[in-house]
Design a binder for this molecule. Sequence first.
Ligand code: ADP
Ligand code: NI
Length: 213
Amino acid sequence: MNKQVIVKEAEKFVHSILKGDSSGHDWWHIYRVRNLAKKIGENEGADIFICEVTALLHDIADEKLFGDEQKGLEKIISWLKDHKVSEGDRNHIVSIIKTMSFKGGNNSKVETLEGQVVQDADRLDAIGAIGIGRTFAYAGAKGQLMYDPDIPVRNEMTKEEYRHGKSTAINHFYEKLIKLNNLMNTSYGKKLAEERHQFLEEFLERFMNEWQE
Ligand code: ADP
Ligand code: NI
């Protein structure tokens, strides 16, 4: 199958699965990550086909969405087979998706340039104005408060603590978002992250100032 057609088909496939999501993984998140991955990939000289298809499929295996990462991965593998993606490309795409998501920072490192590109694109969508919007949307969807001054800010949280409602949207900034600029892989990704990071810092400062007015 022609690569352009595969990308179009991947768009349709992901759209049909994620269009109704309201926890920060809706189709437009995927759309933005794909566009950023393309832009970063072009700047870094990466394989754009791999970057695009991986960006489009990257959240299908998120355990937060389907409760089972393995099932998601199998879905991706059979989709790639059905669309005659070569075995080499297929393995590459799947290995990126397996390793890229941030879970406390102790995952194995994404190894290929294309993996680094897609991970940077996904991280960029978690910071800046859009990242702020997504964080509050996610917290609302999970029944968390936006902020609770009685809960000391923590930069590490266990799954248990989440489950017992000890996180807030603002806490997520400290736990993850303000660390992302230092975790960017590519130089172009870093450049894009800097401005978005500044905005996060400014937002936090204003938020805390207003809280005390
Ligand atoms: P990604 O698409 O980057 O893998 P995640 O699955 O980690 O995103 O989360 C989706 C969105 O929700 C992101 O914007 C993320 O920052 C935000 N988010 C994730 N976990 C929390 C949390 N515990 N509290 C608030 N926001 C969160
Ligand atoms: Ni994502």
